[in-house]
Write a protein that binds this ligand. Structure first.
Ligand SMILES: C[S@@+](CC[C@H](N)C(=O)[O-])C[C@H]1O[C@@H](n2cnc3c(N)ncnc32)[C@H](O)[C@@H]1O
Length: 294
């Protein structure tokens, strides 16, 4: 793993991320939809939202979400925030990459959703203490070598009884994806024009297990700390590296249809959302916790 940013606790390769945003057509995809998911990315976000909303319903069984304050850190285009905004939350999105956040602004406006967008740093947001009911991130925390500082900042921003949700994509070469590498190689052989972005080796990503996050979250004062593996499906594409390349729409339709039946079967077997799985098998994991009430 190569981190060109030598300051521990800082996220790696922000400049590379910015330049990817400007160059690659994949950044124009819309990952949020109110309707049926049309491709693997939309399906994944829909499933993330299913798990996030279940945790929130269990945490606040008698509370309306309308007007609750939600903050997404490292929001990029803010797909998960679109689910929150559509469910009535008052959303704020922070990202250090202005180009990614601009895409978020455009997609929100296109769908008639409102939010506050702030270019800022996850380690020092400058926002007041105890100002959000729920704070979440998707694919941010794994970019920090020292996970304590960004977690401390998020807990500072949480109101009493507020909820923290961190979706982490660890570097795990042994997960569900490894059984499907041959399909992706086949697709790549059929699509020689599509190559993975060369910048990928420059993006730092940790391999800390869920326990590393949950123990810090407990130390810094959260309660009801939980963890679960997520995303027990592979990405099927000629280029699965960031930014993920979709297949033609008719191929995506077939994949989504198949994946949905796999998820239904998992749900019947386990009695919980099919998206939840063993953390060593899934492509990601989720850690969550509550700030004690005053
Ligand atoms: C993998 S992307 C995920 C984007 C988005 N959450 C999503 O679901 O598509 C990680 C994001 O974190 C942002 N980021 C990285 N380091 C950051 C920092 N120190 N402060 C704020 N944002 C940061 C990047 O600019 C990028 O938009």
């Amino acid at each position: 793993v190569n981190n060109r940013n030598n300051d521990p606790g800082r996220a790696g390769s922000k400049a590379e991320f910015e330049s990817n945003w400007k160059k690659r057509p994949e950044t124009l995809y819309t990952h949020w939809t109110r309707g049926e998911p049309e491709n693997q990315i939309q399906l994944a976000f829909r499933q993330h939202w299913g798990v996030f909303s279940k945790i929130m319903r269990e945490a606040w069984p008698n509370r309306s979400w309308r007007g609750l304050k939600a903050l997404e850190i490292g929001a990029g285009r803010g797909t998960m925030s679109m689910y929150f905004a559509d469910a009535g939350f008052d959303c704020t999105l922070i990202d250090s990459a202005a180009a990614a956040l601009d895409r978020g602004k455009a997609v929100f406006a296109h769908h008639g959703l409102a939010a506050t967008f702030i270019v800022g740093d996850a380690l020092e947001t400058g926002l007041p203490d105890a100002s959000f009911d729920v704070i979440f991130s998707i694919g941010l925390l794994e970019h920090f070598e020292n996970i304590r500082p960004p977690l401390i900042e998020q807990v500072r921003l949480l109101m009493p009884d507020g909820l923290f949700l961190g979706y982490v994509v660890p570097r795990n070469l042994d997960n569900v994806q490894k059984d499907y590498g041959w399909i992706n190689e086949l697709l790549r052989a059929q699509n020689p024009g599509i190559s993975p972005p060369t910048e990928k080796t420059d993006v730092y990503r940790s391999s800390y297990p869920p326990d590393a996050y949950t123990s810090v979250l407990r130390q810094i004062g959260l309660r009801s700390v939980t963890q679960c593996g997520l995303y027990p499906l592979p990405m099927i594409s000629p280029s699965i590296d960031f930014p993920f390349t979709l297949n033609p729409p008719e191929v995506e339709k077939v994949i989504v249809h198949h994946f949905e039946s796999v998820l239904r079967r998992r749900e019947q077997e386990t009695g919980q959302p099919g998206w939840i799985c063993d953390a060593s098998y899934g492509q990601a994991f989720l850690v969550s916790g509550r700030k004690p009430s005053r």
